[in-house]
Ligand binder design. Sequence first.
Ligand code: KMH
Ligand code: ZN
Length: 288
Amino acid sequence: MTVESSNRPTAAPGPATMITVAPTGAELDKTAVPALPVTLDELVTTAKECREAGAAMIHVHIRDGNAAPTLDLGRLTETVQALREATDLIVQLSTGGAVTDSFERRLAVLDAAPDGCSLTCGTVNFGDDVFMNPWPFMCELYVRTQQHGVVPEFELFDMGHVAALHRLLDKYGAPFGGHVHCDLVMGVPGGMAGDAASVVQAAAALPQGATWSATGVGRTSLPVMFAALAAGGQLRVGMEDTITFSRGRPVASNAELVERAATLADLAQRPAMTSAQARAMLGVPDRR
Ligand code: KMH
Ligand code: ZN
């Protein structure tokens, strides 16, 4: 596989924009953020609303009966099935989980048979915590995605993660589906900055032919979104990354974040793509 560093972003209006919604995450507390979807019903309702608003993919973390993050395999499997029944969204399960989850449980996420999964390309300081993704774990997870027929999305929190992605592809070849898709997760305290210069720098260093989305955590959400649209990237939005819509105004729902992203994509003359278009771009089979 070719892994040259010449994926130069373009400023010209490109094709349609894939919008991914990350509605829940593993860090937020439901009592502090009541609009956070944590039950299966809330998640399915959110997925339908976000689909209507322009999302093509959903990045899923689930919670247990006490609204605490969990990687329970039964719940994950039920969630994948429920989301597939309710929408045509690409269902991507998080293998990042929470910083406290074991490698074993994170690997087992693939047994829930999602369409896709996240695969973070290196360890990163994560606020006051450490999000652990050592090389042997990355390799094991990647090989399992190839064996299970799950399309990985390479989560890149730092420029060093881009180098690790090249190394991974050199060693193990192309992902299932044949296409490399990355997500720049920017503005995490400990990772790369969430600004236009970092978007351009990271995008330019990706493997030749890769597609990429970007998400800016917290107040970096809008600068990253504008930069990604201008540079030919896709968008990820959602309450996992952003709970303030504008200064002093909490996010009311994930759908309003997707709606805003779709409006900006329209303005950039890169309207939101359907999930069928996104599947074609990413090489994700429709298992519904
Ligand atoms: N919750 C973070 C520790 C992923 O979903 O793959 C990891 C995370 C990345 O959210
Ligand atoms: Zn996540």
